[in-house]
Each structure stands twice: as structure tokens, then as C-alpha cells.
Design a protein around this ligand. Structure first.
Ligand code: UDP
Length: 424
């Protein structure tokens, strides 16, 4: 029997529930990451429990994803949606309920992988209380994010302090790109242990359907020039830059130009307000007749959208990794992305797509047009993009690297605890 079969790991993702629908405001890359990593680790023989916060009384407390992999929802504060910036005060209760879960089930997790700064605080308490080892993935760094937004939230100073402490105390930090590691070193702390293990994508799910077949399925024409965005409605995502860029495209006026904007939103919440704002700009620029808002796209239909597009645009102001870029690339579709963060790692400019300065609508317009104007080059970029994902960003490869890291940390624990044998 594989020795890892006995090994338990807790993945903690307080605000990013791995078992819910992806594509809404607070559900995005982190939810996908935790679920995919959890499921892939279970396949490698780990007993994986993913802990998150319960946000509705209708939610099941435990969701079994596959053998040895489940999501466990703990209460922390009112059982309702709370924006992440307001969650910090509920974390002590999350820790208490985590300990209670362990007690009731006779489990103590030797290793905890935390996600986002809120969970890192939980992990640091568990480390102090019961000596659990901690691996942490940031998903977003306050020190970078606060440089890109106008209104700094009240929680900022707490977040920055927690992000520094976890970098200096966790057994290992997982940076998802060399750029993210560099930001940690230059903006957070020079202390602490960082490994680079990227995010991944399901290379079986994406890239199976051809552009032609996908267009038939979605009711698009073979001659259409399809520019697409997928992701949350959040000002940091830079959807406005994309809309203004397409408004300036040389193909404006061509009846085949189509702009597809995919992603869920809830009226009255911050994502609903951002969608309304974007719709307002589309209307103001006279682009409503060729812009399609699809709403949330399920993981089942997404591969067809990516495959149908001529180009997928990721115009974020800041992006620690950006799963959408590698999903599009896995689908043989080139990506035009902002020249920031993890996008500089995933997108190789002129080889798998193009990079443009963030918020520069003119540069985005030029980049998009270069790809739309040249279908042969589009195909070449798309094929190179697919190869890059196969080589570097498959979930199985990512989970194997994480598994090796966990094993190494757990073995280090065993060695530390072994009595020292005196030589005779
Ligand atoms: N997503 C989805 N449906 C949508 C919009 C987004 O499934 O309608 C998924 C998308 O496929 C990707 C994730 O949400 O896996 C977004 O991750 P990314 O890292 O690009 O951005 P984040 O949300 O973490 O900022």
C-alpha cells in the first residue's frame, strides 16, 4: 500500500468554497484551484479535507467530491454571504469550529495548506495550537493589489501584517509564478521559504472541440471575428479596457465582429454593479448590437466558448496567476493579456499570444487586431499556446509537485521527532 494513503491534509479556503458554482463575484480562480488540487491529490492517495465557510443554511455541511476528497463547511459568524474584506473578525470562530471538527472526528491534521490571507491567519493559529505544518498560497497579494486600486479598504493594514507574518513563519509558501515570488521578496519580506508551483488546468477538458464545431454549437458563423472575455465582474479585471479597445478596432463596422463577455453577477452586489457599469459603456460606445453578455458560463460549456473565440483577452490591472489565460491556451486560442503578474509567465508574447500594457486600450486594440487580421498566425499562436499548457500547466503535474512538497515537509517532521541515536 502506498504510505501516502494514510496521509491526511486539510486545505483551508475560508472565503473560496471549492464546492460551489464558479463564475460569481467571490467565486473564481481560488475556488477552482482548491477543488482541482484537492481532487488530484486524492487521486494520488491523499485523504483530502477542504474547509470553507458556510454561507447559507441550505448548503450541505459536507460535500463528498470523490473518494477521499470532501468539502467541509464550518460556521463562522452569521450563515450568510459576507464580502471577504469583512470576514477577519469571524476567523477565531472558524478556528474553534475547525478544532471541534477535529475533536469530534478524532483527527489532527499534521499539514495544512491555506489559501488567501484570511485562511493564512487560521493556519498560523493551528500551527501555534497544535504544531500543524503550514503551506500557503496567496492567490492575491495586498502589497500589489493596493497599488492598483483607488479606495484602500480599512482591513488593509491587518492584511499586510498577516501576509508578512505568514511568509516568514509558514514551512513553505507556494508562489504560482516567478513574478509573484519576486513581488513577495521585494514588497513583503526577504525572509521565509518560497517554492514556485504554478496553477493548472484540465488539459482533457479544454482543447477537445474544434473552432468550427464550437461555432456550430454556439450559433456563431465561420466568418465571425470573435473576441472574448471570461471572468468575474470586478474593476480589477479591466473589462472596460477591453470594451474600449474593441470600440477602436479596425474591424469596427465589419458585421462579423463579435465581443463576448462571459461571467456571472448578482444584481445589487458589487459584481452586478460592475456589470451594469460595463453595459453602460458598451451602450454609450454604440456597441450593443455586437456585444453579447452570456452570464455565468458553466465549466461544461466553457471549452466551447474558448474554442470558438479567435482571441481571448485578459485585460486585468493586476493578476497573480490568471486561470482564464491557460484555459484559453489549452483550447488552442491565443491570449491577449496585460503585461502584469502571472500573465507574464503564462503568455509568451509573440509566441502564444500578445502582452499589452495594462489599461492601455490603444495597445489592446492593436494587439487584438493583429490576431483577428491573420487567421494563420492565430492558429500558429494557438497551437504553441496549447503545447505550453501541456508542458507546464496540467493539474496532474501541479498536484504531483505539491504532493512531493507535502511529503518532504511531513518527512522532515518525522526526522525532527526521531530520537537521536548516539554512535557507540
Ligand atoms: N469562470 C467560470 N465561469 C464564468 C466565469 C469564470 O467557470 O462564467 C472560471 C474560469 O473558468 C476560471 C475562474 O473562474 O477557472 C477564474 O479564475 P482566474 O484565475 O482567471 O480569475 P480570479 O477569479 O481568480 O480572479
Amino acid at each position: 500500500m502506498n504510505s501516502r494513503t494514510e496521509q491526511r491534509i486539510a486545505l483551508i479556503s475560508v472565503h473560496g468554497d471549492p464546492a460551489i458554482e464558479i463564475g460569481k463575484e467571490e467565486a473564481g480562480g481560488q475556488n477552482v484551484y482548491v477543488r482541482q488540487v484537492g481532487e488530484a491529490l486524492a487521486q494520488l492517495g491523499w485523504q483530502v479535507d477542504m474547509f470553507t465557510r458556510k454561507v447559507s443554511t441550505e448548503q450541505d455541511t459536507i460535500v463528498q467530491h470523490r473518494p477521499n476528497c470532501r468539502t467541509i463547511r464550518l460556521e463562522a459568524g452569521a450563515v450568510e454571504f459576507v464580502p471577504r474584506d469583512n470576514l477577519f473578525g469571524n476567523l477565531p470562530e472558524f478556528v474553534d469550529n475547525f478544532l471541534e471538527f477535529q475533536r469530534l472526528n478524532g483527527i489532527t491534521y499534521p499539514l495544512i495548506h491555506t489559501n488567501y490571507w484570511l485562511s493564512s491567519w487560521v493556519g498560523m493559529q493551528l500551527k501555534k495550537i497544535q504544531g500543524s505544518k503550514q503551506v500557503h498560497t496567496y492567490h492575491s497579494l495586498g502589497a500589489v493589489k493596493y497599488n492598483t486600486i483607488k479606495t484602500i479598504p480599512l482591513i488593509a493594514s491587518t492584511r499586510l501584517a498577516v501576509e508578512k507574518e505568514v511568509l516568514e513563519t509558514a514551512e513553505r509558501i507556494v508562489a504560482t509564478s516567478p513574478q509573484e515570488k519576486e513581488h513577495m521578496r521585494s514588497l513583503v519580506s526577504t525572509k521565509g521559504n518560497i517554492d514556485i508551483i504554478p496553477c493548472g488546468t484540465d488539459i482533457e477538458q479544454f482543447g477537445r472541440i474544434s473552432r468550427q464545431a464550437a461555432r456550430v454549437q454556439l450559433g456563431l458563423n465561420p466568418e465571425d471575428k470573435v473576441v472574448m472575455y471570461v471572468g468575474r465582474f470586478d474593476p480589477r479585471k479591466g473589462i472596460e479596457t477591453l470594451v474600449r479597445a474593441v470600440g477602436k478596432s479596425q474591424f469596427r463596422g465589419d458585421k462579423h465582429l463579435k465581443l463576448i463577455i462571459g461571467g456571472g453577477s448578482r444584481p445589487g452586489q458589487s459584481d452586478g454593479m460592475e456589470r451594469e457599469r460595463i453595459e453602460g459603456i458598451v451602450h454609450e460606445l454604440g456597441m450593443s448590437d455586437f456585444t453579447i453578455f452570456t452570464g455565468r458560463l458553466s465549466q461544461e460549456i466553457l471549452p466551447s466558448y474558448y474554442a470558438a473565440a479567435d482571441v481571448c483577452v485578459v485585460p486585468s490591472h493586476y493578476e497573480p496567476f490568471g486561470l482564464v489565460a491557460i484555459e484559453a491556451m489549452a483550447s488552442n486560442t491565443p491570449v491577449v493579456a496585460s503585461d502584469v503578474g502571472g500573465l507574464q509567465f503564462t503568455v509568451v508574447s509573440e509566441e502564444t499570444g500578445l502582452l499589452a500594457p495594462p489599461q492601455d486600450e490603444d495597445a489592446f486594440a492593436v494587439a487584438i487586431d493583429r490576431i483577428l487580421a491573420n487567421p494563420q498566425w492565430r492558429d500558429k499562436l494557438g497551437q504553441a499556446a496549447r503545447r505550453r499548457v501541456e508542458n507546464k500547466f496540467s493539474w496532474n503535474g501541479v498536484a504531483t509537485q505539491l504532493s512531493e512538497l507535502y511529503t518532504q515537509l511531513l518527512q522532515a517532521k518525522v526526522q525532527e521527532e526521531e530520537p537521536v541515536l548516539l554512535s557507540s
